[in-house]
Design a protein around this ligand. Sequence first.
Ligand SMILES: C=C1C[C@]23C[C@@]1(O)CC[C@H]2[C@]1(C)CCC[C@@](C)(C(=O)O)[C@H]1[C@@H]3C(=O)O
Ligand SMILES: O=C(O)CCC(=O)C(=O)O
Ligand SMILES: [Fe+2]
Length: 362
Amino acid sequence: MVHCLPKVFVIQDKPMLPSTAAVAKDEHRPLAFDASILGSESNIPSQFIWPDDEKPCLDAPALVIPTIDLGAFLLGDSLAVSKAAEVVNEACKKHGFFLVVNHGVDSGLIDKAHQYMDRFFSLQLSEKQKAKRKVGESYGYASSFVGRFSSKLPWKETLSFRRLYQEYCEAMNKVSQEIMGLLGISLGLDQAYFKDFFEQNDSILRLNHYPPCQKPELTLGTGPHTDPTSLTILHQDQVGGLQVFADEKWHSVAPIPGAFVVNVGDTFMALTNGFYKSCLHRAVVNTETVRKSLAFFLCPELERPVTPAAGLVTAENPRKYPDFTWAALLKFTQNHYRADMKTLVAFSKWVQEQESNYKLIP
Ligand SMILES: C=C1C[C@]23C[C@@]1(O)CC[C@H]2[C@]1(C)CCC[C@@](C)(C(=O)O)[C@H]1[C@@H]3C(=O)O
Ligand SMILES: O=C(O)CCC(=O)C(=O)O
Ligand SMILES: [Fe+2]
């Protein structure tokens, strides 16, 4: 009901996905999230309250995270290479998540990227809205996706783009190529296999800005999901809030200055025919401090067929997913399905349905 809505909301366009929440008359119109005001609001709007079975635990135990010394791997010493390959193989088969240190990315560049981010998110909402993401597009400014969803809204604002932040993206591209070399070796493939596959790519950089929340036990900065993309290289600030699901429970991932958090996404899981798991994760918020993260999502070229390496399809491990393109999966997550922990299964079903519908047309 309109009188329940705090004044921080501004009316925007219609949502693309049907609401699953009971919405009162005027709540059919989605709203915008003004971080500067909502951070001190103790009356949390219902659209931001997550169902009980998905509510966060704020004191999750810390995960012991496998760590890769990328510098040592790149020197090519055979012992360091086989050690690194063993660590990623184990981590990716189990939960799809590891840390990378000694990666060679200048700390000044990372700091600069965070400072630019501060400048953007501290602008007034009306200014940020000038970069607003258009319906059906995956780039631009989004405040809680109020134009896309109407329940389980994430407590965050994001800015996603492809070409800006050139220097940072180039550094991430280089690191991701090196990690792809290591992932190839770890699967018994040629070091060049995934490097070649991802040499041309349609990657995305996303800046996540999580304002404080007075009731963090009710909300989520980013809901539980696996990334539909291939490999995510995330830099989180020192606040903490990232959680990973491993050994049947949620764990917190303590920030380590200068380290990158790397996780496998659904597209890479498909490329390995399910050998490597896409990592289930989420982000919680807190009452005191703004939290920021920079996520580089390595993605294949939009139209390049995503099909598993021949050596990974065997009699014991037959094909798990249909061939697809990143363009199709991206479209699926932007227009039909909100990425969660079951995206790849839902998408595979959708692809198969599309194919059988197509065959029915004479
Ligand atoms: C292709 C993508 C969709 C989301 C951004 C991303 O680049 C990779 C992860 C996806 C996401 C973060 C998963 C949780 C739900 C989501 C809506 C979000 O909270 O941001 C997802 C992103 C999206 O814009 O659809
Ligand atoms: O902010 C974080 O720590 C995680 C963000 C995330 O999972 C995402 O953007 O896909
Ligand atoms: Fe993610």
